[in-house]
Design a protein around this ligand. Structure first.
Ligand SMILES: [Zn+2]
Length: 235
């Protein structure tokens, strides 16, 4: 393999599933056994903010307990040992397994479970404690305006300007545990390929025939990614 200078790593639910978070945002339209329209839309939040807060407070407890797996740790190893390269992690996951594994340059494009955003002043409150309709914003002191910093359906993804820049610059694009035919992975790989990146997809099973990927690697990412990283490090 050649030497790369800018590596873009996109991760999705598949990488967290190997840490036991398999029920999260499942294909049956349920989000941790709740209907998406009850807990992950702006309308739901306006209608019943207490219910939505309860859901994320509970989810926060569950995600706080989860531990990173060898796929997350392989990214740490790559970032530490593959010197001279900018390596960014762009994740669709709202858990903090990348952080727990010691990854750097992480962009949570769907938001992250241990943050709430003040709808009055924009302050981001980082906490593993409960946030609810009584919570007072530490910046503007207004009560009851905190929203989980989770991108609800119909809302824009976060960090899209930075992501676009990283996509244009990258010479290696890795997609791990996310369907290569569904937004955003499908759009991201297309941009990366257009600007000349080598592109590799890691999935449990081959789910996509997206021809923007040069290579599809199938199997658990906890096995396939460490092997791939070791290959990269040999060069
Ligand atoms: Zn505020």
């Amino acid at each position: 393999m050649k030497k790369y200078g800018n590596i873009f790593i996109l991760t999705g639910a598949g990488i967290s599933a190997e840490s036991g978070l398999a029920t999260f945002r499942a294909a049956n339209g349920l989000w941790n056994n709740h209907k998406v329209e009850d807990v992950a839309t702006h309308e739901a939040f306006l209608r019943n903010p207490a219910y939505v807060h309860d859901f994320y407070n509970e989810l926060k407890l569950e995600l706080n307990k989860a531990q990173p797996n060898p796929a997350h740790l392989a990214i740490t190893k790559l970032q530490k040992e593959y010197t001279g390269a900018n390596i960014s992690v762009i994740t669709q996951n709202v858990d903090t397994l990348h952080e727990k594994a010691g990854n750097q340059n992480i962009y949570h494009i769907h938001g992250v479970i241990n943050q709430a955003v003040c709808l009055n002043c924009g302050h981001i409150l980082e906490t593993w404690g409960d946030v609810d309709t009584e919570t007072i914003c530490p910046q503007c002191q207004v009560q009851g305006m905190m929203k989980p910093n989770i991108v609800f359906f119909g809302e824009d993804l976060l960090y899209m300007n930075q992501v676009d820049t990283l996509l244009r610059k990258c010479d290696l694009f890795l997609s791990i545990g996310t369907s290569g035919v569904v937004f955003p992975a499908a759009a991201f790989v297309q941009t990366a390929k257009y600007y000349g990146a080598d592109t590799v997809e890691f999935n449990l099973e081959q789910t996509s025939n997206n021809f923007y990927f040069d290579k599809h690697i199938t199997g658990p990412a906890g096995t396939t990614l460490p092997a791939f990283v070791d290959e990269l490090l040999k060069k």
